[in-house]
Design a protein around this ligand. Structure first.
Ligand code: ZN
Length: 211
């Protein structure tokens, strides 16, 4: 696959040269600029898992760069691997500061697992630029850790919303690799990256499930 590097934009802030200083090219169409590298360094040197800088970075809208189109053959392969090998229904629900998070199911695939969730919250204001998303942090009893999200979609589900002014987002988070056979307990922490902008900032949700 080939990429047109003249379209280079920082994958973290979307800026192009010469707006940014130097840029590092990653695999495919991924880039990072000097400023974002510096920010990442600050996040890494901060030991808190939900630092304000990390959440701000994670809550940025995705940067869309001319991405290579998969061949038709690849697409066919994708559809055949889309069926989970195994699904576990969780139906865990927690309420917090006017928001509800429901962990619905875990789907296990060959090399990854996905968490399906519903998030009921007051709607974002009109013109809100961010993709609604929840960032998940997972840890099992062997110490293995995962983080992931894939954003969500807004659903018109007044039957699920507890109030007429609430919105229902359906989302999924993808993690790899699969938990090891020794993993029996999974702690799932979830945070709304935008929560920090709504005082008081909510605490992350925390669930514990048996594998
Ligand atoms: Zn950048």
């Amino acid at each position: 696959m080939s990429f047109d590097r003249s379209l280079a934009r920082c994958s973290f802030c979307g800026k192009r040269p010469p707006e940014v200083g130097r840029m590092v090219a990653g695999p495919g169409a991924a880039y990072i600029c000097e400023t974002c590298l510096q920010l990442c360094n600050e996040i890494i040197s901060d030991s808190t898992p939900f630092s304000a800088k990390a959440l701000e970075l994670a809550s940025r809208p995705p940067i869309v760069i001319a991405a290579p189109q998969p061949l038709d053959m690849d697409r066919n392969n994708l559809t055949t691997t889309n069926e989970p090998l195994r699904s576990v229904t969780l139906e865990l629900e927690q309420k917090q500061q006017g928001m509800t998070l429901i962990l619905h199911q875990i789907h296990y695939y060959q090399e990854r697992f996905e968490l399906q969730y519903l998030w009921i919250r007051p709607p974002f204001t009109v013109g809100f630029a961010f993709v609604p998303r929840i960032i998940f942090f997972l840890k099992d009893n062997t110490g293995a850790q995962w983080t992931g999200d894939r954003g969500g979609i807004l659903m018109a589900r007044p039957d699920l919303a507890s109030g007429p002014n609430n919105a229902v987002y359906q989302g999924s988070a993808r993690f790899r690799p699969l938990p090891s056979p020794e993993a029996h307990v999974l702690t799932i922490r979830a945070a709304d990256p935008l929560g920090q902008f709504e005082p008081p900032a909510p605490q992350p949700w925390e669930f514990e499930i048996q594998l």
